[in-house]
Design a protein around this ligand. Sequence first.
Ligand code: ADP
Length: 328
Amino acid sequence: MASKIKKIGVITSGGDAPGMNAAIRAVVRTCAYLKVECVGIYRGYEGMIDGDFKAMDARSVNNIINKGGTILKSARCAEFRTKEGRQKAYDNLKAAGIDAFVVIGGDGSFNGALIFNKEFDIPIIGIPGTIDNDIFGTSSTVGFDTALNTVVEVIDKIRDTASSHNRLFFVEVMGRDVGHIALNAGVGAGAEEILIPEENLGLERLLESLKRSKASGKSSSIVVVAEGDKTGRNVFELKEYVEEHLPIYDVRVSVLGHLQRGGPPSCFDRVLASRMGVRAVEALLEGKTNLMVGIQDNNIILTPISKAIKGHTKIDKELIRVSEIMTT
Ligand code: ADP
């Protein structure tokens, strides 16, 4: 049976992530391939409420697969949290003939989409786009791999200066609630210690570890700290604490901040986003809704969005073990 869906919207919402453009491109090109119209919705839900739409054909997404950010722009939109705001958004979609949409974003954007679907019964499929990798139902979100590569590259550079001056560096990376970036990039960059929200390493153990490190002949050290680590101290307070208790160390702090979100997506993220974009459009045309596209064991899978936003991603215990062995 032919699908009832004739026109699909694509929207990027919430925090941007590298690879979102590759996902947009995949959605647009899959629509063109399957002869369904595609419309870009600008500035997240804000653009939906303002009717900021533009028809997109296969050529409108030329030369964007390699670009970070999102050509559709993104926004955080308070008005979409109100019934009136969502009604305006729905009226605009209806007027534009948009029958369904693909939302590329994080759990907040998915939550908004679910509420919208419940109220107006418009089919939606999600693509997880966030550097934090904090969404259940996928082993990797679009943007995570690029962020890891960026962090590793920067820490390599910090290590050069750290070892030239025999310094200890605390490097703060993103991850308020989850330590996936810190743990993976920390192992990849050969950090001496990794502090993450999921594990309470404890300040005593940190001091012990740094003492051991010094005694074993290491002249410089890198400690990767996730924003939300459990020591209860921010990275500058950690520096003070260590300097006070271990005056042998000359400590510096580097907060990586927003550079972690930028830059051209890695090959992994481009391929992942392309696969997810294709599956998202196919799923809508198969009559599916309220699902998120994910990757598990290199298979593209669909998970109910309700589970994706409520379920918790678990930190990789095996990787914690590896990191402990590596810091010997
Ligand atoms: P992310 O998608 O990166 O997690 P946010 O949490 O900021 O980012 O969510 C993005 C947008 O999704 C919000 O600005 C808002 O417009 C919409 N949104 C989030 N939660 C809700 C909600 N409970 N109801 C309606 N809209 C929501």
